[in-house]
Design a protein around this ligand. Sequence first.
Ligand SMILES: [Ca+2]
Length: 307
Amino acid sequence: MRIGAALLLAVAATATLGAQAPAPVRRCLGQDAIVTVPAGTVLLGEDGAERPGQAVRVAAFRIDAHEVTNRQFAAFVAATGHRTRAEGEGASALFVAPTEAVSLDDASRWWRWTKGADWRHPMGPGSDLTGRADEPVVHVDRDDAAAYARWVGGALPTTAQWERAARGNQNATRDPVEWAFDHGKPRANVWEGVFPIRDTAEDGYAGIAPVGCFEPNDLALYDMVGNVWEWVAGEGDVGLVKGGSYLCAMNYCANFRPAAYQAQEHDLPTSHIGFRVAYPVAAPGASLSMPIGRSLSGSVTATNIGG
Ligand SMILES: [Ca+2]
């Protein structure tokens, strides 16, 4: 689902979202957490029987149990005054479902370069963060994500760290579909039905879900597959995102598995890409307190995330 550079030149479109009734706060996890991933070997790139992958040793590290939420990102912005690229440019790429069948070869049929779309307005102008405090932040580019990561004392995970975290202790070849479906039953927030026209939301969510609404993997990490793509560390113009998103369907994308990745312009924010943060393991005897800016409080509501 790579968005071509041509998208940047597409005619800006304004989403026609009208005034919305206040949405209820949706929450699946009671608190934020950081999980220690022990040193181990990951089958990097394992993607079914045809692609056995390569065994790579990954040192121990820590990683967010869930994708960075709007609530967490709001705390970062409040403390630092960070202005995202989308806010600076006044626009971002927004998924807008077509109303009729379109060719799957032309991503511009469902991506709109939309004025007023940014992390505070995730569905474009007219939308806000009401009821979305615990959804993953989107419309952040790789630099925005890296800035947040530095603020909390971490960094974007490397590809090897990300796959180690996503696979957990799964060190055998696995049918790629099983990462997202358990005998046909969804176990991640993906797109059911025919993309991009109709999402049947069989998994309970059409669009982004609050973090942690699906069963975690065996490292207690949530949504490594599905919900939103996640930036991984990198340099240069071409970035990588991992894990697939709520827009990945069996008939398109289907990248809801650890080995899959998508090239993404590093400075192109969208409504289906977020991130999580990796951290060094705590030195022996070091404080185990949360990094600055992290909160274990479960009482924050949509009314105090601003925007
Ligand atoms: Ca879904």
